[in-house]
Structures are given as C-alpha cells and as structure tokens.
Design a protein around this ligand. Structure first.
Ligand code: SF4
Ligand code: SF4
Ligand code: FES
Length: 472
C-alpha cells in the first residue's frame, strides 16, 4: 500500500500518493493544469514546459509532470506570476502556429485553442514570418498530418515507440524546422494507429474517416462498449440527429477504463460504428408481406402454439437481459435453446494489446445464464425442430438448406439472406440502439444505456420477448 501524504494546492489541503507525479495529483483533483506532452498512458517527457507550477521553497517554477509529490509540499497553479510564465510559453508555441482555427477539424476539442482562450492572450507581439511545413501528409491507416499545426509534444512518436512498438514516427530536422513524419518509404502499420488522433492535443493529426464530417459541438455523446470482440472496450459514441434525418453515429472514441482497455481501442473496433448505420432491416414481414407489429406478434404467438418441436438459436451479440428473456421463452414453449455461434472465432484477429479471438461481446454470459453452445447438441436439436427461432445469429446465412422443411422466425437488426425465406421476419434495434448488460472475456460486467433516438421502425428485442412471454 503506497503512503499517502498531505499537500497544499492553491491554499487547499489534499492527500496524494508519496512519490507520484504532481501532475497526476492535480489531474486527479480536477485542478486545471495546461499540458501538451504529458499523458497518463505515455508518461512524462518534459518537452513542452506548459505544466509549470510554483512550489514553495523552490527558486524557479517547476514542471508538474516531473515533480514527485512530497509531504507538506505547498503548490500554486494560480496567481499572476505563474500564469505569466505559462502564458509566455504559450506565446512561443504560437509563434509558428497557423491561423487555422476556423477550418481546423480539431476546433472545439483543441488544447492549444483552449489554453489560448483561458490565458486571454489576444495580441500577437511577434512580427516575424511564420515557418511553413506540409499541410496534408497522408500517413496511412486513416491518419492525416498537418505539420504546421504540430506542437512537437511527441505523444504520437512515443505511442508508436512504447505502446505498439512499431516505431513508425519520428521527429525530423532541427530547431524550429523540426517536423513529425514517418521514416522514408514507410506508412503507419499498426492496427491501433488511429489512437494518435485522440492523443494529439492539437489539430495536427486528424482522422481521415471523420474529418470535415461534423463540427464536434453539434454532436451528442454517450458511453458504451465496442461489440467488435469479447474485450468490450469502453467507448464514447458521438452521434447527431439532424432534422428529417435518422440519428447517425459519426465516430467512436476510446473511454478510459483501466480494468478493460486502458486508454485505447483498436482501429477495427473504432471504425465498426459504420456497421451500426448501414444495411438495417427495419420492417416486419409475414410470409414475405410487410405487416404491422401487432399482426407480426399475433403470427408469432399462433406459430408458437401450433409447433411442438421448437429450437431457439441465440447469439453472443445479445445482451444478458435478452438472453434471459429468450431462455424464459424456451421454458414457456418447452423449446430447446442454443447459443451455437462458432463463426465469431477468428484466431488471426487476436493480439497482445486488446483484441481477442472471439469477435462477439457477450459469450461469457452463456456461462452465467447457462446457455449451451455445444455443437452436437445443437445439431441434434436442429434435426428434430419443426420451428427455428433465430435471434441475431447469422449461422444459417450461408447454410440456408439446413432450414429446409422447417418454419423460421427471424429477428434481426440487419438485412440478411434468411429474411427472404423466413415465415416471419422482424427488424430489431441494433446494438447501440438498446440498453443492456454484457460480460467481457475477463468476466467484467458492463452496462450500456443508449441515448440514440431509436428508429421507431425497429423493435426492442427484450420488450418484444417480454410481451410474447406474457401472452403465452
Ligand atoms: S503530431 Fe500531435 S501528437 Fe504528434 S508531436 Fe505533433 S502535436 Fe504532438
Ligand atoms: S479490441 Fe475488441 S472490443 Fe476493443 S475496440 Fe477492438 S474490436 Fe472493439
Ligand atoms: S506536460 Fe509537463 S513539460 Fe509537457
């Protein structure tokens, strides 16, 4: 157990871990401390000098990112003297910075812009010609670099050196001609490359996928998890509902969760927001004819009462609540239930950082809810079944003949070949349109509360199953 000591910050007393970095203590207590080069995932570098603070007993201001916490330390982040020191450093940062704010994609979430506004530093006292550098460098893997906007904090360089260990970026040239770039003939390679877009404190590194699509202040955000694999990385979902348009997701960003994904997410997971928007199935069909929800429900009830050998096939994409409601349906209808879904396993996807070999978010819940995914049992139950109810499971997509001679009820959020022969097909909410709990590969339970304006044409699966269960 690390020793806690008392320190004073801006005349208030706080407890902090002895020997920890002062900047961490300040950030922990939500005390404003400008910083470019320090990042909790990358550690200190001490190159930007923006995090200057006054420490009683020290002649000169000190950088908080390289100062260990000591018992009785008296620290000041505010006051005319120390604020002037930081303002002077900011002035130097701005000497060569282009006047790009109105067109910069980082505007609204740029640290340089925020600190400039905070410091009230509105007059440019430097009348020398600004240095120019390359404005559009495609680094590969969806990352664009504007060298002129870079504050040379080296967060991006350290990310590729210390986190992915792929070392694609470096600082080239000297003094105020220094620029960030890849080594000759190289492009970014890492499957995690887009994290540098979030790490970059200014608009120097932007996402090719997102840039110029939205101004960030028009979007709304909620917290969720990525469904791309069983790690269940924590994300922010940035979305916007424009008048007469569907609510649309524009990007995922990593949310810090030290127990799950730390500070990062993989690029495939980050870009998987597109799957939420595209190819949706938003209708009810009975015998290939479009139907109302009430008629579809009545047909489901009638079919359930007529058939004696029922197999319900669930999927590890469903939430714990949906799996439990499906299990209740199985009990009520004396059906067998299977979670057989082998096609999500992909050994080539797994790596040593975050990605796992199971590209589904909730297989672990099968153990707690007691749903079998045994192949032999699934095949035996399928052979006997006269009715198969498929809940968000695409196993039959390329094996439709396995369903020959059986009745099929299909509930799915996306278009699928199965809809074309299902007796009843019902469009349901997609992963991020619904609330639910998921258990990741390490047994960590995580809840998603969706804030998306749901497409009213899609049915909430849990509510639908609850209604059917109450009508049986
Ligand atoms: S590109 Fe961004 S992250 Fe990289 S050194 Fe420049 S400012 Fe820092
Ligand atoms: S590692 Fe898995 S859960 Fe995390 S972002 Fe990638 S696909 Fe999503
Ligand atoms: S954040 Fe401390 S020197 Fe850059």
């Amino acid at each position: 157990m690390s020793e806690m000591v008392k320190i004073s910050i801006n005349d208030k007393e706080f407890e902090a871990q002895k020997g920890s970095l002062l900047i961490d203590a300040l950030l922990e207590e939500n005390i404003h401390i400008p910083h470019f080069c320090y990042h909790q995932a990358l550690g200190k570098d001490g190159n930007c000098r923006m995090c200057m603070v006054e420490i009683e007993g020290q002649k000169r201001p000190q950088i908080a990112c390289d100062t260990p916490v000591k018992e009785g330390m008296i620290v000041r982040t505010k006051g005319e003297k120390i604020e002037k020191v930081r303002k002077d450093i900011l002035e130097l940062q701005l000497v060569n910075h282009p006047l790009d704010c109105p067109t910069c994609d980082q505007a609204g979430e740029c640290k340089l812009q925020d600190y400039y506004m905070d410091s009230g530093f509105y007059v440019n006292r430097v009348n020398v010609q600004k240095n120019h550098a390359l404005k559009r460098v495609d680094l590969g893997r969806n990352v664009m670099l504007d060298q002129e906007r870079c504050v040379l904090c080296t967060r991006c360089v350290r990310f590729f050196k210390n986190v992915t260990k792929t070392n694609e970026l470096g600082v080239h040239s000297r003094a105020d001609h220094s620029v960030i770039g890849t080594f000759p003939g190289m492009e970014l390679q890492s499957e995690y490359a887009m994290n540098v877009v979030d790490l970059c404190p200014v608009g120097a590194l932007t996402s090719k996928d997102f840039r110029f699509k939205q101004r960030v202040w028009f979007m709304e955000t909620f917290e969720a998890i990525c469904k791309g694999c069983s790690k269940g990385c924590n994300i922010y979902v940035d979305h916007r509902k424009e008048k007469y348009e569907d609510d649309t997701i524009f990007r995922f960003r990593p949310k810090v969760n030290k127990a799950v994904n730390g500070h990062f997410i993989c690029d495939e997971g980050r870009l998987s927001y597109k799957k939420e928007n595209e190819n949706r199935f938003l209708t009810m069909q009975c015998n290939q004819e479009t139907e109302t929800l009430n008629n579809a429900k009545a047909s489901v009830i009638k079919t359930l009462k007529e058939e004696k050998n029922i197999l319900i096939v669930v999927s590890p994409m469903l939430s714990c609540e949906e799996l439990k409601a499906a299990q209740q349906l199985a009990v009520k209808t004396h059906a067998s239930i299977s979670g057989y879904a082998p096609y999500y396993f992909d050994e080539s996807f797994k790596d040593e950082l975050l990605r796992t070999h199971d590209k589904a978010p909730n297989r672990k819940a099968y153990e707690t809810i007691n749903i079998s995914e045994d192949e032999r049992q699934f095949n035996a139950n399928l052979a006997q079944a006269s009715l198969v109810i498929i809940l968000e499971n695409s196993y039959f997509e390329d094996k439709p003949t396995l369903l020959n001679g059986k009745k099929v009820i299909h509930l799915t959020s996306h278009n699928s070949a199965i809809n074309s022969f299902a007796n009843i097909a019902i469009g349901i909410s997609s992963f991020l349109e619904k609330n639910g709990t998921y258990i990741n590969c390490d047994g960590i339970q995580q809840e998603v509360i969706s804030k998306i304006n749901k497409d009213t044409r899609a049915v909430d699966l849990k509510e639908f199953l609850d209604t059917i269960n109450s009508m049986l």
